[in-house]
Design a protein around this ligand. Structure first.
Ligand SMILES: [Fe+2]
Ligand SMILES: [Fe+2]
Ligand SMILES: [Fe+2]
Ligand SMILES: [Fe+2]
Length: 455
């Protein structure tokens, strides 16, 4: 008989077992701290919640790769409660799904260009675990949520994750890229919130829970730029601070997942306005992926990139482990962190062997402060007041609508209003006003204040 990958725990209360089957090897009765690793037994090296102020992932051992595989019961996670879950818990789930999806596709791309059989085999082993992590994480989302409700959560992620990253980014050019992008996803949130009330007759405030405002950002119709103007100048891998590399990977992964999501769910709607709005915003997410991925230095070797991916997974799981309010979800972050520590160790070995360089030379000595979901209302308002009229020209930013921008605008819009404008018009027609959630007062930009129509 094959030995179970993890020794079965005994003495776990049925309720706890029901809740935590998927992480049964990570939760031990009688201790309120999840444990990780060998046989469900904490070792001196495994990492537990809130035990670390400073944390260097290179100094901790995780769970050996051959003990990371989960069976069906362990993969069968209980989703969060759609009505009672903290919106930011859902945001963390969506973010980590994007991070895992990027890890998987990066590994596939690496494998396709890698001639070394041994490396391809190791990538395949690791990637299978990344897939199990992705399944665990994304399946925490509740099936009761509609596609549009999940969409609104995706845009809330884009606003509050990018907002946080923009505030923390030390490099002014990179900071500008995040400040520019966040005002666009902020507008998407407003357009989808109007669609939500029209087709589901519910208000988005229950979803965003007053943590994020809902009002116009840079109007979506103005996001359609000539594709060449979406390409930014990359950071220099020898000059950029480690935190800048982590930020770029995180936002690229989140936007890429949003793009993938809209590519697939858009045609599931019957209502023409919904189908069209997903097409329009889906094309803007393509622009956002181009914008953010071009920040990453293409001179990084494949092994270096692998190390950065695994390090960033450690950083993100560690961040969310430290800030998570839902104990069951927190246990997943903790377990996955302990898996990622081993992925990172293996990636570092590959880099030493194939690049002949020490990973320590490119990595931070300790993790930066945790990525935190928190309101960014004042920051967004300040950006609205100062940057709403920006567009891009080449790799820079301008305030004037230049020739290439105008040509693209007239080609894509023809002489018609795009879906993002029509959704607001149709909402006004149905309800006499548009949907907004302005908890902090009037819109900071005069021209974007609400126009009420009489019916
Ligand atoms: Fe992962
Ligand atoms: Fe968006
Ligand atoms: Fe976006
Ligand atoms: Fe990983």
């Amino acid at each position: 008989m094959r030995a179970a990958p993890y020794p079965v725990q005994t003495g776990i209360m049925p309720a706890v077992r029901r809740v935590c089957d998927q992480i049964k090897f990570a939760v031990r009765m009688g201790e309120d701290r999840p444990i990780t690793g060998y046989g469900g037994r904490a070792t001196d090296d495994t990492v537990r919640c809130s035990e670390t102020m400073t944390f260097n992932p290179l100094e901790h051992r995780g769970i050996p790769l051959d003990r990371q595989l989960r069976n069906w019961r362990e993969l069968n996670v209980e989703p969060v409660d759609p009505d009672r879950a903290d919106p930011y818990t859902k945001c963390r789930i969506i973010t980590m799904n994007g991070i895992e999806t990027e890890a998987i596709f990066f590994s596939h791309h690496f494998s396709r260009v890698c001639p070394e059989m041994e490396v391809k085999q190791q990538l395949a082993e690791d990637r299978y675990i990344e897939q199990q992590q992705q399944k665990t994480v994304n399946w925490l989302l509740p099936g009761q949520s509609s596609v549009l409700e999940t969409t609104i959560a995706y845009e809330q992620v884009a606003v509050d994750l990018t907002g946080w990253v923009a505030r923390m980014e030390p490099d002014p050019y990179l900071k500008q890229a995040y400040e520019f992008g966040v005002l666009e996803d902020f507008d998407h949130l407003y357009r989808y919130a109007n669609l939500y009330e029209m087709i589901e007759h519910r208000k988005a405030e229950k979803l965003v829970d007053n943590l994020t405002e809902v009002m116009p950002g840079r109007p979506t119709m103005l996001h359609h730029r000539d594709p060449m103007d979406n390409v930014r100048t990359p950071y220099d891998r020898n000059q950029a601070q480690p935190i800048s590399k982590l930020h770029a990977l995180t936002i690229m992964a989140a936007e890429q997942q949003t793009m993938n999501f809209y590519m697939n769910v858009g045609p599931q709607y019957m209502e023409p306005i919904a189908r069209q709005l997903y097409q329009e915003i889906g094309l803007i997410e393509e622009e956002h992926v181009t914008h953010y991925e071009s920040l990453v230095d293409p001179g990084e070797t494949w092994y270096e990139r692998l190390v950065h991916h695994e390090y960033n997974e450690c950083y993100m799981y560690h961040s969310f482990m430290e800030t998570e309010s839902d104990p069951k979800v927190k246990a997943v972050w903790e377990l996955h962190l302990n898996m990622e520590l081993e992925h990172l160790r293996l990636a570092c070995e590959l880099m030493r062997k194939h690049d002949g360089r020490e990973p320590e030379s490119i990595l931070a000595r300790e993790l930066p402060p945790p990525v935190t979901f928190e309101p960014n209302k004042e920051y967004i308002r300040e950006l609205l007041a100062t940057q709403v009229d920006l567009t891009t020209l080449g790799a820079g930013y301008v305030r004037e609508a230049h020739e290439r921008f105008e040509r693209m605008q007239s080609r894509i819009h023809g002489d018609e209003k795009p879906p993002s404008e029509r959704v607001i018009d149709e909402h006004r027609e149905m309800f006499g006003q548009e949907y907004r959630l302005q908890s902090e007062g009037d819109h900071p930009v005069q021209s974007l204040r609400e126009v009420r129509v009489s019916r």
